[in-house]
Design a protein around this ligand. Sequence first.
Ligand SMILES: Cc1ncc(COP(=O)(O)O)c(C=O)c1O
Length: 385
Amino acid sequence: MHIDEIVEKDARYVMPTYGRLKVAFERGRGALLYDTEGREYIDFVAGIAVNVLGHSHPALVEALCEQAKSLMHTSNLYYIEKQAELAERLCTISHMDRVFFCNSGAEAIEGAMKLARRITGRSKFVACEHSFHGRTIGALSITHKPEARLPFMPLLDAEFVPYGDAEAAAAAIDEDTAAFVVEPVQGEGGVNIPPRDFLPAVRDACDDAGALLVLDEVQTGFGRCGRWFAKEHFGVEPDIMTCAKAMAGGFPMGAVLAREGVSFSRGEHGSTFAGSPLACACALATIHTIESEHLIERAERLGRYFLQQLRGVESVLGCKVVEARGMGLMLALEMDGQCASVVDAALANGLLFNCTAGRVLRFVPPLVIEKEHIDRAINFLRENP
Ligand SMILES: Cc1ncc(COP(=O)(O)O)c(C=O)c1O
């Protein structure tokens, strides 16, 4: 189909929830994507921090096809071999003790909130300004963005504190608090990194108040920040951790992980599709490939190089750079004005960039991206001051 026809059908039949760029992709390989007109793009978005292995990685394609040939879905009415195997792998790499599988980030957050209410018997949540945890009613209640929340009030009982402000967090976390929910590095809020002592301090505040600490690693997990999980940068262990996005390399999957003693009992939670043989096969292949291709070390190494190069960029298309920041291959250039025009210009130059929080150019490429691809992006930024 020609792009104009796709746009026309989309406008006629799809609910207009997304502001889309006028491009549709047909195929991909590694960090490259090809559109319906055959044009090539370097992907610095990776499906919003999803395609860690890049596009159509042979190991993931093979795992998916082989599993599909034998069994895609049964039900959680029965035991699922690959689910048991994946649960063990996840607990090993995350240092958590138990897993509940689900199908997306918002679902993982819903599960975490429900679990925190179940364990503490409390219903208040504390979250951070500029947080993003998803669009379902529970997740939306702790998502800060007013435009996302206000049309759907009333939501659940939640209080917001400035991200990185340990004192404000400690004051808000009290004996009514079920959990403090926080991203170790904020993604949608603009790739914000908290001060080193913030997460350890909120860990203590939760312990003092008998509240749970939920780390939302939906965007930061699976090597993105140069560690399996970003929490490793801060030396903090949560009671509950949420994952999704990169977990199965692009196949929809999420998980709620928890420490021993923090668990649902039989009948308290469930999902028809969760932890299917197909999803688990994709997640196992993703985890295996991250390890066998040393993608965490690669994210750390290439991320350091990329950040160093970004620090040399002073302005883009007339907007001044306020700061270059990030961890691993989760990087950002904060500008002093709207950066949507930079995304458009990059697209016209065969580069997929993303703008978040209005003024932040966010770079979350596949972890398999090549140094030459990064150089192409840097040259574009330097050539368009
Ligand atoms: C930190 C974080 N949590 C939760 C979500 C929601 O995930 P999903 O879109 O899969 O529901 C996102 C999505 O961007 C996210 O970045």
